[in-house]
Design a protein around this ligand. Structure first.
Ligand code: UD1
Ligand code: CA
Length: 452
């Protein structure tokens, strides 16, 4: 089958009014990726060498977004939304180039399984003209029904055009279709709009092909494949299903999730075997974790690289550019941004490390802050190997602390500290014997005088 050429046509011209959003519906995200991009990915996995997006509503925004998630896809604009067949025909130019297989997909069904698409393509390879990917549901309301006669698919009837008897059918159109490329345009051009909605229905090509004695096939896939997102409740449902799949995959690949239902992944999260993730952890975009790390509860991680055997959290926040080398530790209530924590370094308590390097084996005391921003620009802090920064220190960048440098706690460090030096950046302590007692007596008699 790999020799067969394949074009995917993804329909995404709709407005999605029920999302109640300024953003085009299909750009709403599942696992940090626009839902239409999930569809593009699935098509690619199923072997669609060329991809087309049919856009309309919010075309400019769609083009901009597509340039990122599908830079090789062509876009065609459907000026007026006259139905799904009309939408596919907006890509006439691409279809007429002649492909063996044409996959028609909807931009708002992000959970499609590439395997279901592959099965449909196999049916085309066996000689089918049209393959419909169906699903069964006890609640078929709103879906086109698959009408079979003598075990053969003969038509798809849209809900609004169904008789009461047909409405009882529970085998539905998931919205995914595979069409023999050589026949696609002829079939689509034969579609009319005499139906309840006055639209050109893609689904009509089934009746047309069947009437011509062509082989029309229905395959069955799970409900998720067809889960169309129309509102934010369905968006959350799809997110939930996606997360469930991903957690399962992570666990089977050797990651321990103590409370899987509380851990959230992004579409691009990479996480190595023998990593243990405690409850309530969020992985935003761009996270890479090697093997054997431990991510403690309530950590929020995005854009971070975590090497093997690191220890993160609880309650750690790793922001983009955080780069933890082997066995580094970032503990509770610490934030790390655009900074490298070298091998074995420890940033354990209540600390902000931004635009910095913490050298191997260095120890950063509780409450240390890199002062990296003057309100206009960001500056770098370089902390040498084996340095020790005492608690509650402020390191005012740009600044360098040399290898083995030692910072007294409570310091405000504004000048570079050479290797192995000790730096104090605070007032010297003054101790006055007996003065505490004297003060106490004075304050007590003042208070007693007031009461009288
Ligand atoms: C469609 C199917 C129905 C199926 C259901 C599965 C048709 C006629 N009906 O119904 O059989 O059970 O999906 O979810 O195909 N679009 C355009 N341009 C248009 C019209 C639609 O781009 O002119 C896009 C929409 O943005 C959407 C997709 O096509 O992504 C599906 O259109 P929609 O109106 O939601 O079809 P359904 O009524 O859900
Ligand atoms: Ca729909």
């Amino acid at each position: 089958m790999s020799q067969r050429t394949c074009l995917s046509v993804i329909l995404a011209a709709g407005e999605g009014t029920r999302m109640k959003s300024a953003l085009p519906k299909v750009l709403h995200q599942i696992a940090g990726l626009p839902m239409v991009a999930h569809v593009v990915k699935a098509a690619e996995t199923a072997g669609a060498g060329d991809q087309v997006l049919v856009i309309g509503h919010g075309a400019e925004e769609m083009r901009k977004a597509a340039a990122k998630f599908a830079p090789d896809a062509e876009t065609f604009v459907q000026e007026k939304r006259l139905g799904t067949a009309h939408a596919v025909l907006a890509a006439r130019e691409a279809i007429s180039r002649g492909y063996d297989d044409v996959l028609v997909m909807f931009g708002d069904t992000p959970l499609i399984d590439p395997g279901a698409l592959t099965v449909a393509r196999l049916k085309l390879a066996e000689g089918a003209a049209v393959v419909v990917i169906g699903f069964r549901t006890p609640n078929p309301t709103g879906y086109g029904r698959l009408i079979e006669k003598g075990g053969k698919l003969v038509a798809i009837r849209e809900e609004k055009d169904c008789s009461d008897e047909e409405k009882k059918i529970t085998f539905c159109n998931g919205g995914l279709m595979a069409v023999a490329g050589g026949r696609a345009l002829k079939l689509l051009d034969a579609v009319g709009n005499k139906n309840a909605k006055g639209e050109y229905y893609l689904t009509d090509i089934v009746g047309i092909a069947s009437g011509q004695g062509l082989d029309v096939v229905a395959t069955e896939a799970s409900f998720e494949n067809a889960l169309g997102i129309n509102n934010r409740a369905e968006l959350a449902q799809a997110e939930g299903i996606w997360q469930q799949r991903r957690r399962h995959e992570a666990m089977l690949s050797g990651v321990t999730l103590i409370a899987p239902e509380t851990v959230f992944f992004s579409h691009d999260t990479e996480i190595g075997a023998d990593t243990i993730v405690e409850p309530n952890v969020w992985f935003g975009l761009g996270v890479k974790i090697a093997t054997g790390a431990r991510i403690h509860a309530f950590s929020h991680i995005e854009g971070a690289t975590i090497a093997s055997n690191c220890d993160v959290g609880p309650f750690a926040r790793l922001r983009p550019g955080a780069d933890l080398k082997q066995k580094a530790k970032v503990g509770n209530f610490c934030e790390v941004k655009q900074a490298t924590i070298e091998e074995g370094a420890k940033v354990n308590h209540l600390t902000y490390i931004g635009d910095a390097r913490v050298g191997a084996g260095a120890n950063i005391g509780a409450g240390t802050i890199t002062c990296n921003y003057d309100g206009y620009s960001k500056f770098f802090t370089d902390i040498g190997e084996g340095a020790f920064v005492g608690s509650n220190s402020a390191l005012v960048a740009p600044i360098t602390i040399g290898k083995g440098g030692y910072i007294a706690s409570g310091s405000v460090i504004t000048e570079d500290v050479p290797d192995d030096a000790l730096a104090f950046g605070r007032a010297r302590q003054k101790t006055i014997p007996g003065k505490g007692k004297e003060l106490r007596e004075r304050f007590a008699s003042a208070a007693a005088a007031k009461k009288k």
